[in-house]
Design a protein around this ligand. Structure first.
Ligand code: DGY
Length: 321
């Protein structure tokens, strides 16, 4: 009797081929997530679940999944999965770190440049026929080269952003739970308290996972500590920032700009005030969205899933059996 697996979206052809050769896989056919009741029903008797970060894998679902041996997520962040509930039932949980570090750091840096040099506004300006001449004071932005970058969370992606910043001769401040003496030497980075970072950085880039501690980490008080020209970049998780406070800070000129790959809620509805802000750029959670990265992520997720079904240690586990 082959293993039965529910996959909450289609994967890349190569990853599907590998998975199909090993087990009986059922794929949710839509681009949008399966409704919760479908997810619950499909997982109830499955041996394995391969899911995305937009699928709520909560305690209720995990407790009802009587045969489930492994949950394999195509992402590094696993804040949508109740890890305690999985561990309590000895269900392994896999994720896809490392492979997406560079793609996500590239995107974070693209957002830094886009916000500092007002690329969204500049594209609209040219397209809409406002470009009449070369203007000495037209669309002035902020210098990235030589600016102070504050990195909140100097983990894999945060430190990859710091390496890119080094090429722009930026001064790097960071906060992290741990000290990173080697990175400090390599990049000249300085570990400081969050308030110091917020007061001194020209550009603040968030790279912490979403946890109970980091939820709402950047709110009204933190915006009041930033420079009026500060640029906030978020390519981590939307809920690390209090969205209402962000809108207020952007509207009132308390900060200069925000560039967001992630939002809270996600997706951000078309009527959301953030889209009306000329000093905000929103892109739809595309940090890891390069062809090669997504192919590698899909294949690793399949490898994690197969290992979990066979009772072997997962190549990349958040929770082992
Ligand atoms: C992740 O992996 O957690 C990203 O947000 C999507 O690649």
């Amino acid at each position: 009797m082959p293993y039965s697996v529910f996959v909450t979206r289609h994967l890349t052809p190569q990853a599907e081929e590998k998975l199909n050769a090993f087990c009986q896989a059922e794929y949710w056919p839509e681009d949008t997530p399966p409704p919760y009741d479908v997810l619950l029903e499909k997982t109830r008797h499955a041996d394995g679940l391969l899911c995305l970060l937009s699928d709520p894998i909560n305690a209720n679902l995990i407790q009802q999944a009587e045969n489930l041996k492994v949950i394999s997520q195509v992402a590094v962040g696993v804040d949508n999965i109740d890890l305690e509930a999985a561990a309590a039932r000895q269900i392994a949980v896999g994720h896809t770190p490392d492979l997406l570090t560079d793609a996500t750091a590239d995107l974070a840096f693209a957002l830094i440049l886009a916000a500092a040099r007002r690329l969204g506004e500049a594209i609209d300006y040219a397209r809409s026929g406002h470009w009449k001449t070369w203007g000495l004071t037209t669309l002035l932005g902020e210098s990235v080269h030589g600016a102070t970058l504050g990195i909140v969370g100097l983990g894999r992606i945060g430190s990859a952003v710091a390496r890119r910043a080094k090429g722009f001769d930026m001064r790097i401040l960071y906060t992290d739970n741990s000290e990173h003496p080697e990175l400090e030497r390599e990049l000249g980075a300085e570990r400081v308290p969050l308030a110091h970072l917020l007061e001194n950085a020209d550009i603040i880039s968030l790279h912490v996972p979403l946890t109970e501690t980091t939820k709402g980490l950047i709110g009204a008080e933190q915006f009041s500590q930033m420079k009026p020209t500060a640029i906030l970049v978020n390519a981590a998780r939307g809920a690390v920032v209090n969205t209402e406070a962000l809108v207020t800070a952007l509207k009132s000129g308390q900060i200069g700009y925000a560039a967001l790959d992630v939002t809270d809620p996600e997706p951000l509805p078309p009527s959301h005030p953030l889209y009306q802000q000329p000093n905000a750029i929103v892109v739809p959670h595309i940090g890891s969205a390069t062809r090669t990265t997504r192919e590698q992520m899909s294949l690793l997720a399949v490898d994690n899933l197969i290992a979990g079904l066979e009772g072997r240690p997962l190549p990349k586990a958040v929770v082992q059996h």
